[in-house]
Ligand binder design. Structure first.
Ligand code: SAM
Length: 275
């Protein structure tokens, strides 16, 4: 039976192309097009939008994005075994799917960004997901080349992305994401939705760039958060000692008896700007 977009069901595509999932490539495939459409819809309207996707695999999410009207999908996939399956999708949607065989970590998405709106949507391979997010948060120019990021992570990583002060999951990633974006959890996806099922629950996270993040040197922000969260149970007067300790805290107007996880993003920025 054909799937909703007239292409064969993903289970058949995977069998026909011999796409047995490889753990080293973080391959956990989504076969339910209703679920992949739900993920794609989280990105908002796609008409007229170019979507960058990382790791299309057999193409479940790619098909959802195209069926919802994206102008074009540019997908970067490392596993050459997936290319024939993706070529079938490209034939079904002439001129709307470009597949680049390569490593997303080495891909300059900013340089590839076309004129017009760009959104990034991906069910990320878990081993490289956080690094890709950090790369997208730190492009050469801001506002960035993307209008939104709609990304699937392990739930634990998703919680760290959206965490703010006084939350156990708050840490370096939460500060970076909170500085540059407004991030929220969209929904969880249970292990059994994937083939093969991963060990843990996943979450879809949606991030919108802040038009004007507080001015700050990212290298300094990283030094401050590394020191502060490196000893997260200690008072800041202790954990920030190598960076100036009490004198630095006084300049930023922060009580030296506080702990890292109580500081807002704005307070971390104040510390970085006084380094
Ligand atoms: N999008 C598909 C889906 O939702 O069913 C597959 C998602 S699977 C979690 C991750 C995909 O990323 C796999 O197809 C894998 O081959 C690919 N991948 C892994 N590492 C990659 C990398 N460094 N660059 C590009 N793709 C990568």
């Amino acid at each position: 039976m054909a799937a909703i977009d007239g292409l064969p069901p993903l289970r058949d595509v995977i069998a026909r192309h011999g796409l047995d999932a490889r753990k080293a490539l973080g391959q956990n495939f989504l076969l339910d097009l209703n679920l992949t459409q739900k993920i794609a819809r989280t990105a908002g309207p796609l008409e007229g939008v170019t979507v960058f996707e990382v790791g299309p695999g057999p193409g479940g999410l790619t098909r959802a994005i195209l069926s919802l009207g994206a102008k074009k999908v540019i997908a970067v996939e490392r596993d050459a075994r997936c290319l024939p399956a993706l070529a079938e999708i490209a034939d079904h949607y002439p001129g709307r799917l470009e597949v680049i065989e390569g490593d997303a970590l080495k891909t300059d998405f900013e340089a590839m960004a076309p004129e017009g709106p760009v959104k990034i949507i991906a069910n990320l391979p878990y081993n490289v997901g956080t690094q890709l997010l950090i790369n997208w948060l730190l492009p050469k120019t801001w506002p960035p080349f993307w209008e939104s990021l709609t990304l699937m992570f392990q739930k634990e990583v998703g919680l760290r992305i959206v965490a703010r002060e006084d939350d156990d999951h708050y840490g370096r990633l939460g500060v970076l994401c909170g500085w540059r974006t407004q991030a929220h959890m969209a929904f969880d996806v249970p292990p059994q939705a994937f083939t093969p099922p991963p060990k843990v629950t996943s979450s879809v996270v949606h991030l919108i760039p802040r038009a004007e993040p507080l001015p700050c040197d990212v290298g300094k922000l990283e030094r401050v958060t590394l020191a502060a969260f490196g000893q997260r149970r200690k008072m800041l007067r202790q954990s920030l000692k190598p960076l100036g300790g009490e004198a630095l805290l006084a300049k930023a107007g922060i009580d030296p008896a506080r702990r890292a996880e109580t500081l807002s993003v704005a307070e971390f920025v104040a510390l970085a700007n006084n380094l």
